[in-house]
Design a protein around this ligand. Sequence first.
Ligand SMILES: [Zn+2]
Length: 222
Amino acid sequence: MLQAQATLVLILLGPPGAGKGTQAGILAKTLQIPHISTGDLLRLNVKGETSLGKEAQGYMNGGKLVPDDLILDMLFDRVGAPDCEKGYILDGFPRTLAQAEAYHKRLGNDVKLAALNLELSDDVIVERLEKRFVCSGCSAPYHLITSPPQKEGSCDRCNSPLVKRTDDDEKVVRKRLAVYHSQTAPLITYYSKGQSFKGVSCNRPINDILEEILDYLQEVAR
Ligand SMILES: [Zn+2]
């Protein structure tokens, strides 16, 4: 069957903690297109011992970063699958300007591209993560606003004390955000020059954010 419409490539940019993963999951379900994380792809290829996975493992064994070209090979291998014909959502990639340029060079212009920048201030991200706890016994996640425990400080399931995750520590979070901003600022400039770029404020309920994104995608699809 011929595809009537060009493949939709939805790129989600935004700082860690802005809710990219959550939004990507909801969008994938709503639009019925796969949510692709290059981190997961790498793990799958390594675990499955594909030829690309073995090559990647070689770099990892040597303590080296897996080169962008190899990640792109895995990505294009994945998006060539039939379930990506209608489109796909990229979350966490590209992360740098070099990755974006290499990706678009290979992708070409035969797609409908939409790049969304999920915006949330560093202070709000830190504040949200401050309210996140995990059970020291069974690892169940809690959030003081969205999913508080019934009894303060202890797990509903196993009664163990709730603790903060070490990577939610303010210092760690601020450092991660600083790295994100320095790597991604040029990326945002790159995409904002194109026609299909939109900043989306994420300091509001998830459904409002989703609605704005879906409205925008309708425009892009025209
Ligand atoms: Zn527990």
